[in-house]
Design a protein. Structure first.
Length: 316
């Protein structure tokens, strides 16, 4: 066997058949009169000794695969998708939304149940769906409504838009995002229609969430009208770095110190840990700590972000 593996002529011929003429290993074993395991060992030995060199020719534009792999390994993420930096906020959000749309088109299957949060970046996703096949996918909002301000970032509107472009179904959550106290929240959960959608949330296979920065006065969170500048000072004092579905956490992903979270109506942030795939969509270097906190808390396991933010994450 050793003589066969070290036969340079045989090794070269085997490699030419496999890499240049694209014969399968089983076909090569038939052609050369070798066992399939022997063919496999010959091909491996050819790579190990440099007879075969495999070179990946990468696209020079938008070539971020190496950075993606480094981030996946560093943070233990299932997948990282890096997009180009854009010069303005709206252009960046569109670029992130486009990448998230491609991810959904690639991964969604018939009868999947998808949970979706809110925000100006998440609302961009439906604009870039090019799906031809109509999928029987159900979209569910992960959080209640945010009033009449910026109706297009309302979770119910976002899931409607996604269901329309995918040809899927939609479940609407007719409840406010934030309630006055836990007692009202408990009473609302007794409603039959609410109970059904909360039950559906337990069957979600994929969640798509935006990641906010609670100390950013320009954020979607501030646009909801639920918060004042005094709230921002409180978040800063408690070292909040990010929010998902209006639920706050620190750099380690801890939520215990944020009493406000208990009044938010929707999926509990800890429940995200039990969902198979949670796609976090966020860009801008100012969101690096919010993304790290989300990863540390295990609230996301897939990330779409831009190049500069990705570099900052890698340097942490």
């Amino acid at each position: 066997m050793r003589k066969v593996i070290h036969d340079i002529r045989l090794m070269t011929k085997c490699c030419m058949l496999y890499y240049e003429e694209h014969f399968s290993q089983q076909q090569i074993s038939d052609i050369l009169g070798l066992s399939r395991p022997t063919v496999s060992r010959i091909l491996k030995h050819a790579k190990d000794t440099g007879i075969v060199e495999i070179k990946i020719v990468q696209n020079s534009q938008g070539n971020y695969e190496d950075l993606e792999r480094q981030l996946e390994k560093k943070f233990g993420l299932k997948e990282v998708i890096i997009v180009d930096d854009k010069t303005n906020s709206q252009g960046q959000k569109a670029e992130l939304g486009k990448a998230a749309a491609k991810y959904l088109e690639r991964t969604l299957k018939h009868q999947d149940i998808v949970g979706v949060s809110m925000g100006t970046t998440i609302k961009e996703i439906s604009n870039f769906i090019e799906q031809n096949d109509r999928l029987n996918v159900t979209f569910i909002p992960l959080i209640g409504g945010v009033g009449q301000v910026w109706i297009d970032i309302h979770p119910n509107q976002i899931v409607r838009d996604l269901a329309q472009v995918f040809g899927g179904e939609v479940r609407l959550l007719h409840a406010p995002a934030v309630l006055s106290n836990e007692s009202i929240k408990s009473n609302l959960k007794m409603d039959k229609s609410i109970q059904q959608i909360m039950k559906d949330m337990n069957a979600i296979e994929l969640a798509v969430v935006g990641i906010g920065v609670p100390t950013d006065k320009r954020s979607t969170m501030m646009a909801t009208g639920y918060f004042q500048e005094e709230d921002i000072r409180i978040f800063e004092k408690k070292k909040a770095v990010g929010d998902i579905c209006l639920q706050f956490y620190d750099i380690n992903g801890n939520t215990d110190q944020f009493d406000f979270n208990r009044n938010v109506f929707g999926i509990e942030i800890e429940r995200l840990r039990k969902i198979n795939k949670v796609l976090g969509v966020a860009g801008g270097c100012e969101k690096a700590e919010a993304i790290i906190g989300a990863i540390q808390g295990k609230y996301i396991n897939i990330l779409v972000t831009n190049y500069s933010c990705g570099r900052k994450l890698l340097e942490r």
